[in-house]
Design a protein around this ligand. Structure first.
Ligand code: SF4
Length: 546
């Protein structure tokens, strides 16, 4: 007999435990203190069999709870301007597309290499369009890096990426050897052709400027074309995470409406469930309506990304075990070693986790070398998705079409995190990079194995949840420690999240994805700035390099 059938007199007070808590915390009351008192009231009700109504219990709890402490002052507040599109966009439907999201470019950091290269390339393009008489006066090009770009840019090779864009290289097509050459011979000078004028540029024209200040975004930079002391053209830019860029006065490009507009995972999943299809197929329909592309064109891009991910794992695994990554850490490559051991039959029981880790290490080490990687969602996290893509395609030999749909479902997870929280470690720490990547990889895996949309959501939620609070503290400013191993952990956690989500009773999963994204945003806001890609704290402080 159910509780309802039994009526209130025989009601089991433990059967409806959610009623024992009072979820609404009154304004101005300390949440923890209030909930504890409310719970104590609920527990007393269970023991005595006398349950006051929730509103009566709330009144009692509020009367005895501590007043809310004033909000902690500013050091952890990210310096984000409210008029940045990356902040404003959270209000409308998700309009991001896969071509914007999955970007191919040189590692090691989407915000510190791909973003700055896109920025200086954008400036170079603008400068070429100036009237001939203005260009004739120009004498110098100058890039100034601020905030996190200045604090950790040297470890990321930001100056080389910025110079490459200025001389006309784009991230997707730049030869990593060009960037390696700049590292090996930093005094090289390059002529930049602007109309009839040719201006010489070198790494000396990229200036590491103030690390602290009143910037619109922690990754701010300016690019100038000068005629002596006079400014011919100047633009302030922001590398807002995942290789996305904005500038002062930026307005997002006009796009068509999505076929299935959504702002949240709940809305996205409702579309999938009511139309009896998958999240991946809803994303395909949206991609086609927003961009006007055909299904074949969308999948052609997705295939390019899949192939690039497979290639990055292959080239990482092919590197010799004694290879040393660039930079002062002198970190040895370990992908091939881990892979070889995992494939040894003596350790067969460990093989799954071993090879998944090796694939992630391989792609992430390629990122550390500054070779081409794919932002999924960022360069630092560029080992996570390729690990699962490679494992599913090359080891499990799953149907490629399933992986394509999985890539779209994974993109949806990344879009939602970008839309409501951040993909930038300078705004939110590593939870925004590896955490999001792991959630994406969990959604990919669940989609590939034909999981229902709720399981896809639950897998992504679980992977993201277990990265909340993770800080960004790269040693010596290089995307190597903790980043490379962290990609392996992100990949394994993605698999674990899928394993749990596909084995539990999906409807009993207690936390929804949107709540976890809200927690990601709030944690990002509250995190101390020292842990946001500044290399001022954590491992960056405790690890001593000799
Ligand atoms: S610690 Fe995480 S967020 Fe920071 S650079 Fe490394 S991978 Fe990126």
């Amino acid at each position: 007999m159910s509780n309802k059938e039994a009526g209130n007199s025989a009601r089991d007070p433990l059967a409806e435990t959610h009623e024992l808590m009072t979820p609404e915390v009154p304004h101005g009351i300390d949440r923890r203190s209030f909930l504890m008192r409310s719970a104590v009231g609920g527990a007393a009700a269970v023991m005595t069999g006398c349950a006051p109504k929730p509103d009566e219990r709330a009144a009692t709890a509020a009367a005895t709870a501590k007043p809310e402490a004033p909000a902690a002052p500013g050091p952890s507040e990210p310096p984000l301007s409210a008029d940045l599109n990356v902040v404003l966009k959270g209000k409308g439907p998700v309009l991001t597309t896969v071509e914007e999201f999955y970007k191919v470019g040189p590692g090691p950091s989407s915000s510190h290499t791909i973003g700055p290269m896109r920025i200086t390339y954008d400036f170079y393009q603008r400068a070429t369009k100036l009237p001939a008489d203005q260009l004739a006066k120009a004498t110098k090009l100058q890039v100034n890096l601020f905030g996190s770009l200045s604090a950790t840019g040297k470890g990321h090779g930001t100056e080389r990426a910025a110079l490459a864009g200025l001389v006309g290289h784009e991230p997707a097509t730049v030869d990593p050897k060009f960037l390696d050459g700049l590292r090996d011979k930093p005094d090289q000078v390059f002529p930049v052709k602007l109309g009839s004028k040719s201006i010489d540029v070198s790494l000396k024209d990229v200036i590491y400027d103030a690390t602290k200040g009143d910037f619109k975004h922690p990754n701010t930079m300016t690019v100038k074309l000068l005629a002596g002391d006079q400014v011919v053209l100047e633009q302030e830019y922001y590398s807002v995470g995942g290789g996305f860029i904005e500038w002062k006065g930026y307005t997002p490009p006009k796009k068509n409406d999505p076929k299935y507009p959504f702002r949240t995972m709940k809305e996205l999943r409702t579309h999938a469930d009511t139309t009896k299809t998958t999240i991946g197929k809803i994303m395909l329909a949206n991609e086609m309506s927003i961009t006007g592309k055909s299904e074949a064109e969308v999948y052609a891009w997705v295939d390019k990304v899949i192939n690039a991910m497979v290639a990055t794992v292959k080239s990482g695994l092919a590197m010799p075990e004694d290879d040393v990554l660039p930079g002062p850490i002198k970190l040895h490559s370990k992908a091939a070693t881990v892979y070889t051991r995992a494939m040894d039959d003596k350790y067969q029981a460990d093989r799954g986790i071993g090879v998944l880790s090796a694939f992630a290490l391989a792609a992430s080490e390629e990122n550390g070398r500054g070779h081409l990687v794919i932002t999924a969602p960022t360069g630092g996290s560029a080992g996570v998705m390729p690990s699962l893509v490679y494992g599913l395609l090359e080891v499990r030999k799953v149907d490629r079409q399933k992986v394509r749909e999985g890539m779209l479902a994974a993109a949806a997870v990344g879009y939602l995190c970008k839309h409501h929280a951040t993909l930038s470690a300078a705004e939110g720490g590593c939870q925004a990079e590896i955490g999001v990547a792991s959630a994406m990889a969990a959604a990919l895996t669940a989609t590939v194995f034909d999981a229902p949309s709720l399981v896809v959501e639950n897998a992504a939620e679980s992977a993201l949840q277990h990265h909340l609070g993770m800080t960004c503290d790269p040693v010596a400013g290089y995307v190597q420690v903790p980043c490379i191993e962290r990609c392996a952990f992100g990949a394994v956690k993605a698999w674990t999240a899928y394993a749990i989500a596909s084995n539990e009773i999906a409807s009993r999963h207690r936390v929804d994805f949107d709540a976890t994204v809200a927690a990601l945003a709030q944690t990002a806001k509250d995190m101390n700035t020292k842990y946001k890609e500044t290399s001022e704290a954590g491992l960056a402080l405790s690890v001593v390099l000799c």
